[in-house]
Design a protein. Structure first.
Length: 393
């Protein structure tokens, strides 16, 4: 089974997200749960795009002959607008409401007026742009956003520009998906967090901090647990978490060895274990305990890292892996696919925006990677200049 097919399988039992309404100022990084529709145009009144002078049609015609134009009125941004006396000008600042009869706004640098200080009594326009058109430097009503436009789509991640757009619309709150709470159980007697207390051969527990940070980066809330190879202890942790989390992710204990604690406890009634046609990270598993979905990742740090990005992130976002791959142009050395599996290789962008691969696929290499490159199984080969498939990491 290839990764995309497996992802479709596990998505059928992905946890259902719930929703909450939060203040706009707190929405950065959250996933929108509603389409946000503009209920009024932006800008809601015609505004000046420059510091300068608003002229009506007759004043513009006169100014084109080289004549001076009288200035009657001064409108800073946020001030109540004034009408243009026919044939005259009004000084306006950037963002100020322009008079309804304004034909253009002439920037101050195109005139003989001082850029600061009180408004002059009259101005002369000293230079003209080519192709001057009505509405020059006037932002029309709805030029940015029209009433009825969809400005944020449900399912989008809200970024800083989204927050600014909501604030621009006067939206003080937005409905978002409530973050999933994910139980993370890292198994293995050999893993230790505090090496100073260990009296036997050990491996530093990298999976727990690595995947906990990855869960948080995906917008979910991690609940961390470590467990050795004792089935009773593992069962106790599962029973403890299942009433308080939306999803449980485990690492390790799913291969064919004698001390595979996850497989021992869950294989009969709760989970299915299989080997995918991918490397690293072939061993995988999925299941349920009560109504809580289970996702079982391999224990090798590189396999756990890749499995999280391919499968756990798809489950958290409720998006199939097939829709998450992106296209890029490859510029590195030739890569030959593995004879029996899809290969996952770390890659990075060049200054020109193309992708090159790292020489090896260790965790330390993925630490410097920007993308995961999908290398099709042999006889598939990636050549320089090929369009390839990549995943952000």
């Amino acid at each position: 089974m290839e990764p995309e097919e497996y992802c479709r399988l596990i998505l059928s039992s992905a946890p259902k997200s719930t929703e909450e309404t939060i203040p706009t100022v707190s929405a950065h990084g959250r996933i929108a749960a509603e389409d946000v529709i503009a209920d009024s145009p932006i800008p809601s009144f015609a505004t000046s795009a420059m510091d300068g002078f608003a002229l009506d049609e007759s004043a513009l015609t006169s100014a084109r002959t080289g004549a001076e134009v009288d200035v009657h009125g001064d409108v800073p941004a946020g001030a109540i607008p004034v009408d243009i006396t026919p044939g005259a000008a009004v000084r306006v600042m950037t963002g100020a409401q322009v008079p309804t009869t304004a034909e253009v706004v002439v920037p101050v640098e195109f005139t003989d007026a001082n850029r600061t200080g009180r408004a002059p009594d009259r101005i002369r326009i000293t230079s003209w742009p080519q192709g001057l058109r009505p509405g020059w430097n006037i932002r029309a009503v709805g030029e940015d956003t029209r009433r009825g436009d969809t400005v944020i789509t449900a399912g989008e991640v809200i970024n800083s520009a989204s927050v600014g757009t909501l604030a621009m619309m006067g939206r003080e709150a937005i409905r978002v998906r409530r973050p999933l709470t994910i139980g993370l159980i890292v198994t293995g007697d050999e893993l230790v967090t505090d090496s100073a207390t260990s009296t036997q051969p050990f491996i530093h527990n990298s999976n727990l901090p690595m995947l906990s940070s990855a869960i948080a980066a995906a917008g979910a809330i991690p609940v961390e647990r470590s467990c050795g190879d004792d089935p009773a202890a593992f069962r106790q942790i599962i029973d403890e978490l299942r009433d308080s989390v939306d999803l449980i992710i485990t690492t390790g204990g799913i291969s064919a060895g004698a001390f595979e604690v996850v497989r021992q406890v869950l294989s009969d009634d709760h989970s299915t274990f299989l080997r995918l046609s991918m490397r690293p990270g072939g061993p995988q598993g999925h299941g349920h305990v009560a109504d809580v979905p289970l996702l079982h990742l391999p224990g090798t740090p590189t396999g756990a890292f890749l499995s999280f990005h391919l499968f756990a992130r798809s489950v958290i976002a409720a998006r199939p892996l097939s829709s998450r791959w992106k296209k890029a142009v490859y510029a590195g050395a030739e890569i030959t696919g593995h004879s029996k599996a899809v290969s996952l290789v770390p890659g990075r962008f060049t200054d020109g925006g193309e992708i090159v691969a790292f020489d090896r696929s260790r965790l330390r290499d993925f630490a410097g990677a920007e993308v995961i490159i999908r290398v099709p199984r042999a006889p598939g080969v990636i050549h320089p200049g090929d369009v390839i498939t990549v995943l952000d990491c």
